[in-house]
Ligand binder design. Structure first.
Ligand code: UD1
Ligand code: CA
Length: 464
């Protein structure tokens, strides 16, 4: 059976008060529409049609870039005359068989299991509606059932409902599955004779009843799956619920979060056993934490692998971007450290406060504990890299490498002008600016000698 999915994403989102199209606003670090498309990947749909309108170009280019492999196409809805009119735009792209599932680009947390349940309830021959019971159904379309409450008769929009219908607590969530061939016919018969002068998708329900097509309802696992976003406050509320759910899943797996309400995951976090995460940490992209890793408060960690027993002290920023960052077992990082793309640290490396490492490999036991920069460097085992020392890796046009052998000691406040090599066991005297290689095993100093002037007098203040 061929499954087509239509995602409505043309609406303006007036209440967002933003120039950005609503469905591109981010939840857990990615556009709301991306969440929906990502979820549909689990449904093996033959085609995926996104209805665009407001900010269509921006929405389409952003989704094309993110989902290059998906069977994705777009249908423009201009102007926006209602949800029924939105789905009408997909008609030329829909086949004459199979099932069509309709989702919303601003309802980001729908789960694949629930969508699947809806498609199964449709079974290619029924109209299946996703409904939910709400204590306060204001604004939603009401599910009107027949006398015995078994058969769904119609969906009546809030603005069109009479007082008795407004008492109904079962509402339409905006998602349905229908036999494609029938749906195309039903869409063509829609009118806009209603309180809002819109073509309502929900009017296909009354049409199904008239056509003798049975109408069934399915419910989501969790209310959060059907919550839509119309305002910054709703977006923030959904973000917190989503974060709390992610935090709960991690804690169930044994991860210790100091405070699940102060935890943010914008991507995927995989953890070993006995991981501790203090408050206000943000994880982005793909992050993996080995056994017994400890993350201090206020760390931001993106695209990184942190191996077992490593400790990341508070206020550390790790950003692997495309190249990734790896931190070896037992390493101590921070507080206030910055690891940038391509930082690859071996076992028991120490990186202290205000140390920046970029595109550099540090072998086991290397230490840079204070106020230093290592960029485009290869650092050997047990190197001690002094406070205030930097690799001058950029000559204004090109980047060059610094190679530091094993057991090298770089004193404080040195400038290593790359390309440069410090041989194994070399020592560089504090305050040196080196533009030539330092031989293995020797002391190399490059600074003016201290001069002392006997009998020199400090200037005294002149009397006025
Ligand atoms: C719709 C349902 C209502 C349901 C509610 C759930 C209809 C007529 N009503 O109402 O029964 O309870 O959702 O949230 O369908 N959109 C377009 N083009 C348009 C209009 C809307 O693409 O011309 C998109 C919006 O961007 C949004 C979705 O369709 O993603 C729903 O539109 P919205 O205006 O929020 O529908 P409601 O009036 O809330
Ligand atoms: Ca809505």
């Amino acid at each position: 059976m061929s499954l087509s999915i239509v995602i409505m994403a043309a609406g303006k989102g007036t209440r967002m008060k933003s120039s950005r199209p609503k469905v591109l606003h981010r939840l857990a670090g990615r556009p709301m529409l991306s969440h929906v498309i990502h979820t549909t990947a689990q449904l093996q749909a033959a085609r995926l049609i996104v209805i665009t309108g407001h900010g269509a170009e921006q929405v389409e280019s952003s989704m094309r870039a993110e989902f290059a492999q998906a069977p994705l196409s777009f249908a423009r809805q201009e102007p926006q005359l209602g949800t029924g009119h939105a789905v009408q735009q997909a008609i030329p792209l829909l086949p004459d068989e199979g099932t069509t599932l309709i989702l919303n680009g601003d309802v980001p947390l729908i789960q694949a299991d629930t969508a699947r349940k809806l498609v199964e309830a449709c079974a290619g021959e029924r109209l299946a509606l996703l409904t939910i019971h709400l204590d306060d159904p204001t604004g939603y379309g009401r599910i009107v059932r027949d006398g015995w409450g078994e058969q769904v008769h119609a969906i009546v929009e809030h603005k069109d409902a009479n007082p008795a219908q407004r008492e109904i607590k079962e509402v339409y969530t905006g998602m349905m599955a229908a036999p494609t061939a029938w749906l195309k016919q039903a869409l063509q018969g829609l009118t806009n004779h209603n309180a809002q002068g819109e073509y309502y998708l929900t009017d296909v329900v009354a049409r199904a009843v008239a056509d003798g097509l049975s109408v069934v309802a399915a419910q989501p696992q969790d209310e959060v799956e059907v919550l839509g976003v119309n305002s910054p406050a709703q977006l923030a509320d959904l973000e917190r619920r989503h974060q709390r759910a992610q935090a709960d899943r991690l804690m169930e797996a044994g991860v210790r979060l100091a405070d699940p309400a102060r935890f943010d995951l914008r991507g995927e976090l995989r953890c070993g056993q006995d991981v501790d995460i203090d408050v206000n940490c943000i994880f982005e992209g793909q992050v993996r934490l080995g056994d017994e890793v400890r993350i201090g408060a206020h760390c931001v960690i993106r695209n990184a692998v942190i191996e077992s027993g490593a400790v990341i002290h508070p206020f550390t920023h790790i950003d692997g971007d495309k190249d990734g960052v790896s931190v070896g077992p037992g390493s101590l990082i921070g507080p206030f450290a910055r690891l940038r793309p391509g930082a690859q640290l071996g076992a028991e490396v120490h990186i202290g406060n205000f140390v920046e490492v970029k595109n550099s490999t540090l072998a086991a036991g290397a230490k840079a504990n204070h106020l230093a920069y290592l960029g485009d460097a290869t650092v050997g085992e047990r190197v001690n890299y002094g406070a205030g020392s930097i690799t001058a890796n950029y000559d204004g046009a090109n980047k060059h490498r610094t190679v530091i052998g094993n057991d090298v000691h770089v004193g404080s406040n040195c400038v290593l002008i790359a390309p440069i090599t410090l041989g194994d066991g070399a020592t560089v005297g504090g305050g040196s600016t080196l533009s030539k290689d330092a031989p293995a095993g020797q002391l190399t100093v490059a600074r003016t000698k201290a001069v002392s002037i006997p009998g020199w007098k400090r200037p005294a203040k002149q009397p006025k």
